[in-house]
Design a protein around this ligand. Structure first.
Ligand code: COA
Length: 407
């Protein structure tokens, strides 16, 4: 069977215009630019306007990504929207985006894994493509974190910002895209970073508002320790399982949360800091949007090049973590471009035929495998039966012999 891969062919990013600098924060909480810059590396973050939502930002980033990939929204097979800050609890942000994009009928769902959400989503998209089920998947990480931040709590106020990143994955026969991955979570640490009110455990009420339980709470030290340990170990594991030597990794895109976390991780991995993406100084931590924004920015700035092997690594609430080794080759080779037939009915007919053929091959493979298993069982069964009887007889003999000796 031909192996299929998921090639990234498009990427896009969007951040709101409004800047919240460290100097602005000095007016809100007891903090200062020097402390924030020294302890986190963050200088400013972007804050969405009141009427601007995660879906609005996702729409901007998605349009850029689709345009670059030259994929029409209606030609997508799936939309995965990584977010912890959807526009509504119900329905999914993915459904709103699907409608706004004009991607009629395309399946769409949200995925929540904190700041690691976009890595989980990219891995999920790749699985749908690798199985042969889907050809084109749009992955988005978009967050409007700011309404969930208590701007009287200097612990979280300094850290988070809003934004969106999007990536288009398309099927490919060439070994590209995600080559290896690791996902993980340790739910025992759930309360290191969480929002106490507004969910099923503590529904919205006046008490929630009075106690400011509708805002994010964070045990910074616990998260810091977890982040360095989880990212270092996960990057080591994922590079090892890719089969590539560490020297072959050209670039690292870590979750953008705190520069000190990135520095400690890369120091432990003995990575050259010039090969590490950092843009948190301008955007802060945009949660699930951080990695797709950083990926899109690195690609736009030419910091990652065709043929590079890059590592994306993240951590987030849950606590979760995830890493991938990715071969970056967004340009489709000529033979893959040839299947992009512009005429829709012809393309649909071709696709139908291709799907039918793939289904026929798959069913033939299953039949062949089942027959082979049946045949091998019918040959081996008498042997297994004989073996079992012989073993039982030996055990029986051993019991009798030991009885005689004792007698
Ligand atoms: N401004 C000024 N001073 C501050 C401050 C702030 N925002 N926050 C803490 N301080 C002061 C404290 O009062 C304390 O002073 P003291 O030693 O005189 O008592 C000192 O700095 C250390 O405080 P502490 O609360 O221990 O801070 P920290 O060193 O743990 O740093 C974080 C706080 C949040 C920057 C850090 O813990 C962190 O980045 N953690 C990871 C968070 C993260 O990545 N979250 C996202 C997960 S997806």
């Amino acid at each position: 069977m031909t192996l299929r891969y998921a090639r990234i062919t498009g990427w896009g990013r969007y951040v709101p215009a409004r800047r919240l600098t460290n100097y602005d924060l000095e007016q809100l909480v007891d903090t200062n630019d020097e402390w924030i810059t020294h302890n986190t590396g963050i200088r400013e973050r972007r804050i969405a306007e009141p009427q601007e939502t995660a879906v609005d930002m996702a729409l901007e980033a998605s349009r850029i990504a689709l345009e670059r990939a030259q994929v029409r929204p209606e030609d997508l097979n799936l939309i995965i929207f990584a977010t912890s800050t959807p526009d509504y609890f119900v329905p999914a942000a993915a459904s709103l985006l699907q409608d706004r994009l004009g991607a009629r009928g395309v399946p769409a769902f949200d995925l929540t894994a904190g700041c690691t959400g976009s890595i989980y989503a990219m891995v999920t998209a790749t699985q749908f493509i690798k199985t042969g089920m889907y050809e084109r998947v749009l992955v988005i990480g978009s967050e409007k974190v700011s309404p969930g931040i208590d701007y009287t709590d200097r612990n979280t106020a300094i850290m988070f910002g809003d934004g969106a990143g999007a990536v288009v994955f398309e099927a490919s026969n060439a070994p590209t895209g995600i080559l290896s991955f690791e996902l993980g979570s340790d739910g025992a640490l759930w309360d290191a970073l969480y929002c106490p009110g507004g969910g099923g455990a503590n529904p919205f009420s006046q008490k929630v508002l009075d106690n400011r339980e509708n805002y994010l709470r964070m045990d910074g030290k616990r998260v810091f320790k977890f982040a360095v340990k989880a990212m270092t170990r996960s990057i080591q594991n994922v590079v090892e399982s890719s089969g590539l030597p560490f020297s072959e990794i050209d670039f690292l895109i870590p979750h953008q949360s705190n520069l000190r976390i990135i520095e400690m991780t890369t120091h432990r991995l003995k990575m050259d800091p010039s090969k590490v993406m950092v843009n948190l100084d301008r955007y802060g931590n945009t949660s699930a949007a951080a990695i797709p924004i950083a990926l899109a920015e690195a690609a736009d700035q030419g910091r990652i090049k065709e043929g590079d092997h890059i590592v994306l690594a993240g951590f987030g609430s849950g606590m979760t973590w995830g890493s991938v080794v990715m071969h970056w080759e967004p340009t489709r080779p000529a033979e893959e471009q040839a299947i992009l037939v512009e005429n829709w009915p012809v393309r649909e007919a071709l696709q139908l035929q291709a799907n039918k053929m793939r289904a026929a091959v798959w069913s033939a493979q299953v039949t062949a495998r089942t027959k082979a298993q049946e045949a091998s069982m019918s040959v081996m069964l008498p042997f297994y039966t004989w073996q079992r009887k012989r073993r039982k007889a030996k055990e029986q003999q051993a019991v009798e012999d030991s009885g005689e000796q004792q007698g």
